[in-house]
Design a protein around this ligand. Structure first.
Ligand code: GLA
Length: 393
């Protein structure tokens, strides 16, 4: 079944569930996709570069105005509803899923309090915990629907920031803007190239000779969010060190070259040195990769993906045995161009770049290799770079 058909059925199920719960069809429906990160790991909050793509899986958010002050929000998959004051949403520990929506709504309220309540329900098909940014898809789809519901003119970057703020203030993850930007700016058959200092975002056409596989390990290691925040803090510590010793302006690791890192690494805090190697190397890899893509050098692009994973494994230590197993197996399978972990790390998914003609054979080989090692199959899906968030209908 094609991606459009799968997504259409999610949409239809959502409208049906919404109508039966709230007594009438929703007035507004929005859609936001998840994302894969192709190169540029942990570079976004270091003001660096990323190549990513919006994917063919996403979240629909349906809502209608309500005359009272209550926000009624239902998670369509589990049928749970939370009710709160739409003008003063607070984070909760009981229904964690609602924090992503409440956090976005808080940003609308910060501009000016919303004048009335709403009924809302969301439903998606992004596998949860797979590192495909289901939370960003929920934030972005909710933000787009609220902008329409309350007649607010919210530009795309501001919408992304609303999502990021929900993660920071309501979910406790000090993430960058990559997930939300990819979900909003995605374009069919293109990668999204983002510069997280200037916020320049461009589409880079991929051509027909390449596609991606997402291999969801289902691994979720303890302290994922804490480890993410700790990595970020070490990068900031390293940036402060470079700012003190280099004779040019450094406000983030984006300003530090690989050569400068080589020159300074032995004098720095060893953990900060190790961690900072990763985003510094990644920035240089993203810039080279764009040139390779433009020049049709897919093999070179793929090699950079393998290098990126090695850097995660050795310097940033955000990989895990399950992700390493996929990337190592991919290395040995003919037809694979590149492979690496995608997103925060510590579990989740690896992204594998293949030529479309090898997609099936590579998927089978990867599944078998994983099953031989861990006794269970990993979930492998074909990823089609897709358009970004939009209102539906
Ligand atoms: C997660 C975060 C992003 C980014 C990636 C790693 O997906 O939400 O902001 O930092 O990890 O590149």
């Amino acid at each position: 079944m094609g991606a459009d058909i799968i997504n259409k059925s999610v949409y239809e199920i959502l409208v049906e569930k919404f109508t039966s719960k709230y007594g009438a069809a929703p007035e507004i429906v929005s859609y936001a996709p998840g994302r894969i990160e192709v190169l540029g790991n942990h570079t976004d909050y270091n003001e660096g570069y990323v190549l990513s793509a919006a994917i063919n899986y996403g979240t629909f958010f349906a809502c209608s105005p309500d005359s009272g002050t209550e926000g009624r929000l239902t998670a369509g998959d589990i049928g749970e509803e939370v009710v709160f004051n739409a003008a003063s949403p607070e984070p909760t520990v009981k229904h964690m899923w609602s924090n992503y929506v409440k956090g976005v709504l808080a940003s609308f309220n910060a501009v000016s309090p919303v004048p009335h309540g709403f009924k809302a329900m969301f439903l998606g098909n992004i596998p949860l915990g797979a590192g495909l940014s289901s939370s960003a898809a929920l934030e972005v789809s909710a933000g787009m629907a609220f902008a329409s519901l309350y007649g607010r003119d919210v530009d795309k970057l501001t919408l992304a920031r609303y999502g990021q703020k929900a993660e920071h203030d309501f979910a406790g993850v000090k993430c960058g803007l990559l997930d939300q930007v990819s979900s909003i700016f995605g374009k069919e058959h293109c990668l999204v190239w983002s510069d997280f200092r200037t916020f320049d975002v461009k589409s880079v056409p991929l051509g027909d000779d390449v596609c991606f596989l997402m291999c969801n390990t289902h691994a979720k290691h303890a302290l994922v969010d804490g480890a993410y925040n700790e990595r970020r803090q070490k990068c900031e510590q390293a940036a402060a060190y470079f700012a003190a010793v280099l004779d040019h302006n450094v406000t983030a690791l984006r300003d530090v070259s690989w050569q400068e890192w080589l020159d300074c690494r032995n004098d720095m805090d060893p953990v900060a040195a190790k961690r900072s190697a990763h985003p510094i190397g990644e920035n240089e890899r993203v810039l080279s990769a764009v040139d390779m893509l433009r020049g049709g050098d897919l093999a070179g692009f793929g090699r950079l993906m393998f290098e990126s994973h090695d850097s995660s494994r050795n310097y940033f230590e955000n990989s895990c045995p399950e992700l390493d197993a996929i990337v190592d197996a991919a290395h040995a399978i003919p037809g694979v161009l590149g492979a690496r972990l995608s997103g925060g790390g510590f579990g989740g998914s690896a992204v594998v770049m293949v030529s479309p003609r090898d997609e099936k054979i590579v998927s089978t080989a990867l599944r078998n290799a994983y099953a031989n090692k861990f006794g269970e199959r990993c979930d492998i899906r074909a990823i089609i770079p897709s358009d970004g968030a939009h209102l539906v209908g």
